[in-house]
Design a protein around this ligand. Sequence first.
Ligand SMILES: *Cc1c(COP(=O)(O)O)cnc(C)c1O
Ligand SMILES: [Zn+2]
Length: 414
Amino acid sequence: MSHNAAPDLGPATALTCRECGQSYDLGPRYACELCFGPLEVSYDHTGVTRERIESGPRNIWRYRGLLPVPSNVVDSPNTEPGFTRLVRADNLSESLGLRSLWVKDDSGNPTHSFKDRVVAVALAAARELGFKVLACPSTGNLANAVAAAAARAGIRSAVFVPSDLERQKIITTAVYGGTFVTVDGNYDDVNRLASELAGEQEDWAFVNVNVRPYYAEGSKTIGYEIAEQLGWRLPEQIVIPIASGSQLTKIDKAFQEFIKLGLVEDRPYKIFGAQATGCSPVSAAFKAGHDVVQPVKPSTIAKSLAIGNPADGPYVLDAVRRTGGAVEDVSDEEVVDSIGLLARTEGIFGETAGGVTLGVLRKLLSAGVLDPDAETVFINSGDGLKTLDAVAPVAQPSANIAPTLEAFRKAGLA
Ligand SMILES: *Cc1c(COP(=O)(O)O)cnc(C)c1O
Ligand SMILES: [Zn+2]
């Protein structure tokens, strides 16, 4: 295939190995040739100001001066995700005994999860690098986002998911057309297959495999938005779900970039990571004081977070420990309970990942690890309509009655 030798990826200047620091030209590579470490995008961020950002579109492209995308990215069809609402959660904070709590509600993205952010950036970079097909292994939400973005860009998609995925996520992927393969195995099996395929299908951009350095940068946009929406200020505490750990490490990177560029005041913040107990390798490593993450076999209703071998696990541990935060996990029962609490107090129906994140926030608050007086943000990364089965048993009508006044009175609901 013919990859673009001199791509225009805006402010991006190089790819740098996270482990040994070796630098590479921008291109379709993702692992260091010397040490196999993951590659990270480096930048020249001159000319980024609050005013420039505020005058941009109300989507992630307002931050294009901080992302590895072509300077004319706004002209190419994409899903234009982002600038989701930051909701002040006064009812919820009162019921939990917190002074100031916000929900970053990423269910408002085009395919109803945070994944539209990373896919939009991956698509923009992949097109510029000369790839022809947008592909991925997925736990569900990524499949939705890739299929939709490819449809809108007018290119082919090829997505691979475990066959036991939620019915909602199967349908909401298939509807966009494209090549869609269910695989008899868990996510880690699907991921391995995708890595093998990426070696053969040279013009396929597997967003989270061979263009992962670009893809991952899309997660920074949640961090930027939180800071901008708080009035150009960082929260004191933030609770973030962990699947591969990319989102958590990139929100930290976003906060660091904003501090370095003088866009926000440099004040300390603590990062907390959230997992479901049925897939909690990072939480286990954190509690054991380990630097390496021991892979597990996932078993939880929080399927969007069910990555047993998280690629960014060690970097999550670094960020959490450096900022004085923690990683915790909650049971599936606590996940369901927290989905209900968020819905009843704030009118927000989160997916299981949102239940995991709020559940962990509650657990850390009870344990005295979270400070109830510090300004806190947590992320609801997906829409509850995607994981209906998780709450179906506990979300039922109050009564079923005949269409008469008498029947209503008898039901005792007046
Ligand atoms: C993918 C995903 C995450 C986080 O994923 P990372 O791999 O840790 O970046 C969080 N919530 C939902 C709903 C997701 O789909
Ligand atoms: Zn290296």
